[in-house]
Every structure is written in structure tokens, then in C-alpha cells.
Design a protein around this ligand. Structure first.
Ligand code: GTP
Ligand code: MG
Length: 423
């Protein structure tokens, strides 16, 4: 097991603002990519006719990602600072792949928000900030990247910092706890060493800011809950479910069940970044090999592992409090958008609007309103169109919060108050 505390850190922000480049740059600048490996990446970048993408290609490994010069799916990368052992989750900024960003954010303890200095705040900067808060990512570092393209100007940095602060405050972050760092990933300025081009900046480098994050409390005493992000098939090991342990612990020999498919198995071995683990605890990003024959296709993203003696809850219907953030018209019973709960994505019907509440006081304003719209907070009954694991927010916060998406945007968010019908 790694001796340093482990943190899951997601890189978010608008498309092309330099998330993947930052990931490659911090690994390289801290000696975690060899010169030889870097040379190979430079050659690859040339081959794909993307000369400045050598750092980004470290994180973007799919052929399509390299051809298009964008990140498509989340990627996990190990990274160490003096204090922490990180699993970096490099999220895509493209608006078509926000669903993959949500999967990543559901696994993260902290986020590094990248904003490009010349472009400033853009649409997915806003959407990602909102989603981070909705999905319970409590700690954020903000990096203002590509400072080389604005002549390392302090005034531009201050301008963007103010704008981002306003957004963070609006969704509920305590901005006094958030570090802002001006840097250039491509030129390695303020990554591990203080930049001579920005003498006006006296705060931490990117590396130091990451070290100032706090270790989140670990919910070891709860029953195991591990939402799956992926299922691999490895020769000699069979089917390998992959994901982050959110609650409880897991060790070889444990009897588990995978829901909603209701598949039982025994844990054979556990690995984190290709190293065996004697026991996994909350926050560990692991792959598991199982005893017995579990079909790879029988389970997938959105399945949840729990103890055989205390299976994850499969919801047929639940009661939730939701807030409508960004819907063009009005929402009435029968509306069926996609709910993103932990790593699951499932169409759910809002079958009943039980009541509308005053967002400030929480008091009931109207019973059974005919519709709700932007800014409204309501208690609703929700029916998933297929079985999905969901828990009361009170019992397992990470499995009880959700984002609601439709028409390519995040239209709302909420939390599960009660599971009214179980499978
Ligand atoms: P998506 O994952 O597709 O959302 O993009 P991304 O945010 O990961 O951006 P990526 O790292 O792929 O970089 C996009 C472009 O910005 C590339 O051409 C990079 O070389 C360039 N870039 C990144 N950081 C810097 C920087 O500090 N300075 C300059 N000049 N260019 C940069
Ligand atoms: Mg990227």
C-alpha cells in the first residue's frame, strides 16, 4: 500500500484550456516522466501533426483523442507530491462528453480547475464548477493557465480570478479556502518552480497548491459501496471491475454482491495502479479480480459492489429534493431526463411534483404544483426506467446525490430523501 495519503484529483475546465497538458507538465516537471518517455511523446505529437501536444499526449492515449487533439473519456494517472499520492482523473472539456466528466467528478476528493488566461471563463468552466459542487467535491484549486499567451500580465490574472471567485461563491464554495495559481503548463512556469516571469505572484506553485489540499475523512465504518467506473477483461485474471471505494473496506476473501445485477462473487485479489493491496479503503481507486465466473458484459459502469450481507439498494422509485438550474421552459410530471447518480446514468421519470419549496426558508409554497421552472426547489417522486442502485443521501451521500441532464446540458441537481420502492 502507498505510504502517503491517497487523494483522487480531477482536472476540469473548458475545452482546450490545457487540462491534459497540465497533467503531463506536472508529471514531467516533478521527474515522474523520464526524458526518454518525453522524447517519445514529442515524436508522437509530431506524427499527429500536433507539435505542442507532447504533454497532453501523456494523458490522451486514445488514437481518436490524439487525432482530434481533445480528451474524450476520463483517464486515471498516478502522481506524487511530497505529501500525497494522487490518482489524477483527467476529464474532457468538450460539451459532448460532460457525462464522462460527471463520472470522474463522482469519484473525486478534490478538483483542479483550469482556466485559460486569454479566453477566461467559458461555458464548461461554469458548468463544471456547478457540477463539482452538486457532486460533493469540496476542495478546489484554480489554475489560470497559458499565462505565456498574455505576457504574464498580472491584471489579466486578477480579472479572471475575480470572475471565477464569483462563480465559486455563487454555487456555495468558501473562497477563502481556495488557492489561485497563474501558470503556464507548456512553458513549465509556476509548476514546480516559481516563475521569473511572474515576480508579482507570491502564492504557491501548482505543486505546492496540490500539497496544501486536505485529506478527506474516510468512511471506513460504513458497509462497502464501490460504484464501478469500468469493467476490464485481463488475460489470466478474468473480469476485473474497476472503481473507487466510496464507503467501507474490502479485502481478499470477502463475499460481495454486484447490484443491480445481483451477481455474487468472492474477492480474489485487489490492485491499485498495478500493485497488490491487502485491503482497500475509501478513496482507493482499484481493480478487483473475482473468484468464480462473472461475465464482463453482465456488469458495467453504474453497477455497485457491496457486501453480500448488505447489498446496495436497488431503487424502483425514490423521493428527492431537486433544484432546477437551467431548463428552457417548464417541467411537469412525465418529464424523463437522464439522472447521473454516482457512476450510473439512467433515464428517470419525474412522476409527481409533491411540493414546491421556498429555496431560502425550505417552507412549502405550493402542494402538487402543475410545473416547476428555473430557480425552483421541489420535492418530487422519481421512477428510474431501469433498475439502478441509489441510496438515501443521509446514509451514503455519494450515492444519494445526482445531476439531471437533458438536451446536452445540466438542467438540475438533487438528493435522494427516501427510497420509496425497492427492487
Ligand atoms: P480537452 O481535454 O479536449 O478539453 O482539452 P484540454 O483542456 O486537455 O487541453 P490540452 O491540454 O489538450 O491543450 C489544448 C491546447 O492548448 C494544446 O495545443 C496545448 O499545447 C495548448 N496549451 C496548453 N497549455 C498551454 C500553455 O501553458 N501555453 C500555451 N501557449 N499553450 C498551451
Ligand atoms: Mg484534455
Amino acid at each position: 500500500m502507498a505510504e502517503k495519503p491517497h487523494l483522487n484529483l480531477i482536472f476540469v475546465g473548458h475545452i482546450d484550456h490545457g487540462k491534459s497538458t497540465t497533467v503531463g507538465a506536472i508529471k514531467y516537471a516533478s521527474g515522474q516522466i523520464s526524458e526518454q518517455e518525453m522524447k517519445k511523446l514529442q515524436e508522437l505529437a509530431k506524427q499527429f501533426n500536433r507539435p505542442t501536444f507532447e504533454f497532453a499526449f501523456y494523458a490522451d492515449t486514445l488514437k481518436e483523442e490524439r487525432e482530434r487533439g481533445i480528451t474524450i473519456d476520463i483517464q486515471h494517472i498516478e502522481f506524487e507530491t511530497p505529501k500525497y499520492y494522487f490518482t489524477i482523473i483527467d476529464a474532457p472539456g468538450h460539451q459532448d462528453f460532460v457525462k464522462n466528466m460527471i463520472t470522474g467528478a463522482s469519484q473525486a476528493d478534490a478538483a483542479f480547475l483550469v482556466v485559460a488566461a486569454a479566453e477566461g471563463v467559458q461555458e464548461q468552466t461554469r458548468e463544471h464548477i456547478q457540477l463539482l459542487k452538486i457532486l460533493g467535491v469540496d476542495q478546489v484549486v484554480v489554475g489560470i493557465n497559458k499565462m505565456d499567451l498574455v505576457n504574464y500580465q498580472q491584471s489579466r490574472y486578477e480579472e479572471i480570478k475575480q470572475e471565477v471567485m464569483k462563480l465559486l461563491k455563487m454555487v456555495g464554495y468558501d473562497i477563502t479556502k481556495i488557492n489561485f495559481v497563474p501558470y503556464s503548463a507548456l512553458k513549465l512556469e509556476n509548476i514546480t518552480k516559481k516563475s521569473e516571469n511572474m515576480p508579482w505572484y507570491t502564492g504557491p506553485t501548482v505543486m505546492e497548491a496540490l500539497d496544501q489540499l486536505k485529506e478527506p475523512p474516510k468512511a471506513i465504518d460504513k458497509p462497502l459501496r464501490m460504484p464501478l467506473e469500468d469493467v476490464l477483461s485481463v488475460q489470466g485474471f478474468g473480469t476485473i471491475p474497476v472503481g473507487v471505494v466510496e464507503y467501507g473496506t474490502l479485502k481478499p476473501g470477502d463475499q460481495i454482491v454486484i447490484m443491480p445485477q445481483n451477481i455474487k462473487a468472492e474477492i480474489k485479489s485487489i490492485e491499485m495502479h498495478h500493485k497488490p493491496l491487502p485491503q482497500a479503503i475509501p478513496g482507493d481507486n482499484i481493480g478487483i479480480s473475482l473468484k468464480g465466473n462473472v461475465e464482463k458484459n453482465a456488469i458495467g459502469r453504474g453497477s455497485v459492489i457491496g457486501p453480500a450481507s448488505n447489498p446496495p439498494t436497488v431503487a424502483k422509485e425514490f423521493l428527492a429534493q431537486i433544484v432546477i438550474l437551467n431548463h428552457p421552459t417548464a417541467i411537469a410530471p412525465g418529464y424523463t431526463p437522464v439522472f447521473h447518480i454516482h457512476t450510473a446514468q439512467v433515464a428517470c421519470e419525474i412522476t409527481e411534483i409533491v411540493e414546491k419549496k421556498d429555496p431560502k426558508t425550505g417552507q412549502t409554497i405550493e402542494k402538487n404544483p402543475q410545473f416547476i421552472k428555473n430557480g425552483d426547489v421541489a420535492i418530487v417522486k422519481v421512477k428510474p426506467t431501469r433498475p439502478v442502485v441509489a441510496e438515501k443521501v443521509q446514509d451514503f451521500p455519494k450515492l444519494g446525490r445526482f445531476a439531471i441532464r437533458d438536451m446536452g446540458r445540466t438542467i438540475g441537481a438533487g438528493m435522494i430523501l427516501d427510497i420509496t420502492s425497492k427492487a
